[in-house]
Design a protein around this ligand. Structure first.
Ligand SMILES: *[C@@H]1O[C@H](CO)[C@@H](O)[C@H](O)[C@H]1NC(C)=O
Ligand SMILES: *[C@@H]1O[C@H](CO)[C@@H](O)[C@H](O)[C@H]1NC(C)=O
Length: 364
């Protein structure tokens, strides 16, 4: 197939060029082939919740302005940002669909089902206690929704095709930040039980169970996002410092994030050979985010230590609401609210992720 494409590319050029091209190895002309995924399936928290919380009784919702300020039609969909999230960007670039709908939306079409959904829930974590505090759907419980999804998919396309779709779907898992922020740093619930290393192990054990369960249910291509530099989230800086003029990333929380990510990457490397036929990739979001923080001008950012919504120091969720003024140009801000990146920042992370997905070596 690659050879054929190469030849067609060569033939379309002028004869002189044709000779040059044909005497050269074809590899430079071959487009990098990203494996084609029939569907995308998402598990996790607000970084990937495209609106499930709209349909459950929680105060952690993003379905009112100014959320969605830069979304097509300025719609507040429940996405915790000013625009699209990484799952939307990835699905679009891989040619799956433009937007990934939330599974709990009662208006889901059969086409939506065939090409995948998000089961994610803002405010949640791998630790059920995190979700209990925010009254949202624990990541482990999202598996139950996934089981309902499979039934529905079987109803639409039949059992065999359903199996094929799930086997070949791209699965993205993104959570963990809330477990640390809500349960460990800000409300020291779990600190009474664990030290940071022990709590990280607890979370990653839960993640491991999640991966094994969805593998049993047919998933094979799984991407797991690591932690961002948690100590650079504006809300963490606010909680730690009294002086709003002197806002710096919290070094300890960042080094905890680095340690978590190192463990995660190792866990995933060890897990893949245990699950025959699986491809499990670690998605490093820490590196692109820390680069934005260190070199904001490279990304067009004027502000990296406060969000665009309100003062940017505390506003998120119910505190970022239709009465809250926002910055003029959110693309100049790395953070949209005190917790979540802007669409502009998500775009840069999506680029890094797509590069990794496009590297076919990762799928061999
Ligand atoms: C954390 O706790 C574990 C036991 O749960 C212990 O083995 C380990 O040494 C502790 N680590 C630190 C840095 O205190
Ligand atoms: C908003 O900011 C971005 C990034 O700095 C810039 O490229 C864009 O031109 C700005 N848009 C307006 C309308 O000023």
């Amino acid at each position: 197939m690659a050879r054929v494409n190469c030849l067609i590319a060569a033939l379309s050029l002028h004869t002189i060029w044709l000779l040059v091209v044909l005497t050269k190895p074809c590899s430079s002309l071959e487009p990098k082939t990203t494996p084609s995924f029939p569907a995308i399936l998402i598990f996790g928290d607000s970084t990937v919740d495209t609106g499930n919380n709209n349909f459950i009784p929680t105060i952690f919702k993003g379905n009112y302005s100014p959320y969605g300020k830069n979304f097509p039609g300025h719609l507040a969909t429940g996405r915790f940002s000013d625009g699209k999230l990484i799952p939307d960007m990835v699905a679009s670039r891989l040619g799956i669909k433009e937007l990934v709908p939330p599974f709990l939306d009662p208006k889901l079409s059969n086409d939506d089902i065939k090409t995948g959904v998000s089961f994610a829930s803002a405010g949640t974590g791998f630790d059920d206690l995190t979700a209990a505090i925010s009254k949202v759907i624990p990541v482990m419980k999202q598996i139950d929704h996934f089981k309902n999804y499979i039934q529905r998919l079987q109803g639409v396309v039949g059992v065999d095709e359903s199996k094929r779709i799930i086997n070949n779907a791209l699965v993205v898992i993104s959570a963990g930040t809330n477990d640390l922020n809500i349960n460990f740093y800000d409300l020291p619930t779990r600190q009474l039980q664990y030290n940071i290393s022990g709590y990280q192990d607890f979370l990653q054990n839960r993640l491991q169970s999640l991966i094994k369960e969805i593998y049993q249910l047919g998933c094979r291509n799984i991407v797991v996002a690591g932690l961002p530099p948690v100590g650079c989230l504006p809300i963490q800086e606010t909680i730690a410092f009294e002086n709003p003029l002197k806002r710096n990333c919290l070094k300890d929380q960042n080094s905890d994030s680095v340690a978590y990510n190192q463990k995660l990457s190792k866990l995933l490397t060890n897990l893949q050979p245990q699950l025959a036929g699986s491809k499990i990739l670690y998605a490093d979001i820490y590196t692109p985010l820390i680069d934005m923080l260190n070199n904001p001008q490279k990304y067009g950012f004027d502000h990296t230590n406060r969000g665009c919504c309100g003062t940017g120091l505390v506003e998120a969720g119910p505190l970022c609401n239709p009465k809250t003024p926002t910055c003029e140009n959110s693309s100049k801000f790395m953070f949209w609210d005190s917790i979540h990146p802007t669409e502009a920042a998500y775009k840069f992370i999506a680029e890094a992720l797509l590069k990794k997905l496009g590297d076919t070596q990762n799928w061999n």
